[in-house]
Design a protein around this ligand. Structure first.
Ligand SMILES: Nc1ncnc2c1ncn2[C@@H]1O[C@H](COP(=O)(O)OP(=O)(O)OP(=O)(O)O)[C@@H](O)[C@H]1O
Length: 473
């Protein structure tokens, strides 16, 4: 038996709902407005069912006031817009009025069950190679993510995923696509930071033959390739302004125009965008279009950094270790107690991806049945910046970023310190030349890919400065 608070200004609907719920053994209280509901202390209940439109404040006002008690919103305006708005504000779900009794009871039972077990199931995801994987972790923030995925996937709206590098943004995009009506069509994933800025427009939107030097044949863009399916644009904050304008047109009009073409073509694409940057802040400095930000941010999913998922870290480590052991035919390897401590306390700036890499190193380097801290090859915490040293040849900077990690002695230079000096060199080189060179030129000089340059910039906290960009076409 659960305690349910109904907030509805129409007395007939309120009493009908009361009778329905009481017949199913719930204890019901009633209120005709948000202010009356607050007088009854909504946090005493197991569930609040509230109409959206009420005299005075709207029902969504109760979401924060009742938390952690879930609020189920009723709306006679069964438009996706008001339902999506309510979900965005944190409503647990919505029901459209007039509601079907069975459907309402089913929703109430599901919400109450979910609340009682406090566990949202992590989604299963099929990787491009066909392997299946489940998102790992059950901390409250990840449970909120799983719930958001489940609710957002069928709604066919644009989604903005926010989170640091390596937190699982692509995994979430895949889960949404695979739980959506578009699951049978393609999911096209593009990392906007990994494509040279001079090419990004033609990659995304395609071009006609002769549209610019080197366009020897017409080409279909990735947006068109996703027609009927989903387009995942990772690191959308890196998209040049010209490309942002074209993307806005796709979202507003459902139309695409190739570079060098006067004709437009209709496309039906669901967009999922991801970023580790604050797009609203970027829009204040003119680096990101505010109108595009609003178009993208219909639903937002925030992924927590691994360091804030203390309860999850060791669980994730165990599952990833298991996988790495199988990949390297070293089943039975375990983490030593000290290694578990290091893993739990490390700040993981590269998040799950960095943990995955550290465990892989551990599996490869471990001598016996136990993986020790040194096998993980983790750099010690932040150190004071070493004195400037003569630059080394650029090709060295292309070397591995993670060390084999033999020992962390204080006196002897360690492989970590060797890496740090490469990173010093990298940082020095980038800061000195970034105003004169494009990202492509910088990457070429350093002997690394543009994606790798971008990743290192994020890791070292020297993101690319935005300036006027050249555009293709
Ligand atoms: N919750 C999770 N459970 C299992 N694996 C995860 C989880 N989160 C991330 N990973 C793994 O971590 C790696 C990085 O994930 P993903 O590429 O989705 O991150 P991202 O946020 O998109 O990173 P980037 O912004 O750098 O592209 C992948 O190998 C992914 O499988």
């Amino acid at each position: 038996m659960s305690r349910i608070l109904i907030v509805e200004d129409e007395a007939i609907i309120r009493s009908a709902l009361r009778r329905l719920l009481e017949r199913h053994d719930h204890t019901v209280s009633e209120a005709g407005a948000v202010s009356e509901a607050l007088d009854l202390d909504p946090q005493r209940f197991d569930l609040v069912i509230s109409d959206l439109r009420l005299p005075g404040d709207p029902g969504t006002e109760l979401i924060a006031r009742a938390a952690p008690v879930p609020v189920l919103i009723m709306t006679s305006y069964a438009s996706m817009r008001s339902a999506v708005e309510a979900l965005k504000l944190g409503a647990v779900d919505y029901v459209a009025k007039p509601f079907d009794h069975d459907e309402l009871l089913e929703t109430v039972a599901r919400v109450l069950h979910q609340q009682a077990t406090q566990r949202a199931e992590p989604p299963d995801i099929t990787e491009p190679g066909g392997q299946r994987q489940t998102m790992i972790g059950n901390c409250p923030a990840m449970q909120a993510v799983y719930t958001r995925i489940r609710k957002t996937a069928p709604a066919d709206v644009t989604v903005l995923i926010q989170g640091e590098s390596g937190t699982g943004k692509e995994l979430v995009a895949r889960a949404i696509h695979q739980q959506s009506k578009r699951a049978a069509a393609s999911l096209v994933c593009v990392n906007c930071a990994a494509i040279p800025e001079t090419l990004i427009e033609s990659e995304l939107f395609g071009h006609e033959k002769g549209a610019f030097t080197g366009a020897s044949a017409a080409r279909t863009g990735l947006v068109e390739a996703a027609d009927g399916g989903t387009l995942f644009l990772d690191e959308i904050g890196e998209l040049p302004l010209d490309a942002q304008a074209r993307l806005l047109r796709v979202l507003q009009e459902g139309e695409i125009r190739k570079i060098g073409s006067v004709e437009t073509r209709h496309v039906d694409v669901r967009l999922i965008a991801a970023t580790h940057r604050d797009l609203r802040a970027l829009s204040k400095t003119g680096e990101f279009r505010l109108d595009l930000y609003y178009r993208l941010n219909v639903m937002q999913i925030d992924l927590p950094p691994l360091r804030d998922r203390e309860d999850d870290i060791l669980e994730i480590a165990d599952v990833l270790l298991d996988k790495a052991c199988r990949r390297h035919d070293r089943e039975g390897l375990r983490l030593s107690r000290a290694a578990r401590r290091v893993i739990r306390d490390f700040p993981w700036p590269g998040n799950v991806r960095e943990l995955e890499n550290a465990l892989e190193r551990g599996v490869i380097l471990a001598e016996g049945h136990l993986i020790h801290p040194d096998d993980l090859g983790l750099s010690p915490g932040p150190r004071p910046t070493p004195a400037p040293r003569p630059p080394e040849p650029p090709s060295r900077a292309a070397g591995p970023t993670a060390s084999g990690g033999e020992s962390h002695g204080e006196e002897e230079p360690t492989p970590d310190e060797e890496d740090l000096s490469l990173e010093d060199y990298f940082q020095h080189f980038v800061l000195e030349h970034q105003d004169q060179m494009s990202e492509t030129e910088l990457a070429q000089k350093l002997g690394i890919s543009r994606k790798c340059l971008w990743e290192r910039r994020q890791r070292l906290g020297i993101p690319r400065k935005k300036g006027p960009r050249r555009s293709a076409g």
